[in-house]
Design a protein around this ligand. Structure first.
Ligand code: SF4
Length: 237
C-alpha cells in the first residue's frame, strides 16, 4: 500500500519521545520509563489522524496468533506484571504455554517462524491478559480491514497477504517506539528484538538474565537477538 510520509508528525514524535524517554530512563530506571512510555504510546495512537479507520476491536484476536517481537525491557516488565497480578493457577498455565511455544519455535528455522500460527500465552477467553504491559509490536499492529487479518491467520504460509493499514497510526506508533528504543540504546541497554515466547522462556529459566540486562549486558545467553535498523530517524523530506 502506497502512502505519504508525514515528516512533521514523525519529527515531532521522535524529538518529544526521545527527550522524555532519556530523562525518565535516567531518573526512574528503564522499566518504569517503559511503563510511562507505553501510556504515551497508547495516547499517541489514539491521537493519530486516521485512528477512526481502524477495524481493531476488543475480542478480535486474529493477530494474537502471529509472531511477536519484543525488546528485553518489555520481557522483564511482562514478567513483573504476571508475578504481581496473576494467580498461581494463571501463572502456571501461562508459563507452561510459554515453555511449550518456546520449545516448538526453537525447532524451526528462522524464516519458518513467521509462517506458523501459535496462540500467544497471554490470550485468554478472547482478551489480552497483560493489556497494559503488552509489547510495542502488539500496540502498533493494526488493520483497517479484518478480512486481511483473518486471511493471514487462515493462510499463515502466505507472506504476500498484507492487511490494509492506517498510515497515520503506523507512523505515530513506529516513531514513538523508535524514539524510546533509541533512548534505551543511548543509555547502553540491549535493544535487540527477540521472539516473545523464547525471550520469556530465557528470562524465566536463565539465572542472572535480569541482572545482565540491568548491567547493560546481553541478557539472554541462549538467544541471539536481531538488530533492528531505524526506520524513521534520519528521514529527509
Ligand atoms: S501480548 Fe496480548 S495483544 Fe500481544 S499477541 Fe499476546 S494476547 Fe495478543
Amino acid at each position: 500500500m502506497e502512502f505519504f510520509l508525514d515528516f512533521s508528525l514523525i519529527r515531532n514524535i521522535l524529538e518529544q519521545e526521545n527527550q522524555r524517554a532519556c530523562g525518565e530512563i535516567r531518573n526512574l530506571g528503564v522499566l518504569r520509563a517503559l511503563e510511562s512510555s507505553q501510556q504515551r504510546h497508547d495516547a499517541r495512537i489514539a491521537a493519530a489522524p486516521d485512528v477512526g479507520t481502524l477495524a481493531c476491536r476488543a475480542g478480535c484476536t486474529w493477530c494474537c496468533y502471529f509472531t511477536v517481537d519484543v525488546r528485553a525491557a518489555e520481557v522483564f516488565r511482562i514478567v513483573d506484571v504476571v508475578e504481581q497480578l496473576f494467580t498461581s493457577a494463571e501463572k502456571a498455565r501461562v508459563y507452561a504455554e510459554v515453555r511449550a511455544n518456546s520449545a516448538a519455535l526453537r525447532k524451526l528455522r528462522e524464516g519458518e517462524r513467521v509462517t506458523r500460527n501459535l496462540k500467544c500465552p497471554f490470550l485468554s477467553e478472547g482478551r489480552c491478559t497483560i493489556y497494559a504491559a503488552r509489547p510495542q509490536s502488539c500496540r502498533n499492529y493494526h488493520a483497517t480491514n479484518v478480512a486481511g487479518c483473518q486471511q493471514s491467520y487462515e493462510e499463515p504460509g502466505n507472506l504476500d497477504i498484507d492487511p490494509d493499514f492506517a498510515p497515520g497510526v503506523y507512523q505515530s506508533g513506529g516513531a514513538h517506539v523508535e524514539a524510546f528504543n533509541t533512548g534505551m540504546s543511548d543509555a547502553g541497554y540491549d535493544v535487540n528484538a527477540y521472539e516473545l515466547n523464547c525471550a520469556l522462556d530465557a528470562a524465566l529459566s536463565e539465572s542472572g538474565a535480569r541482572q545482565r540486562f540491568e548491567s547493560r549486558l546481553k541478557p539472554f545467553i541462549g538467544l541471539s537477538g536481531e538488530e533492528v535498523a531505524a526506520e524513521f530517524d534520519g528521514l529527509e523530506p
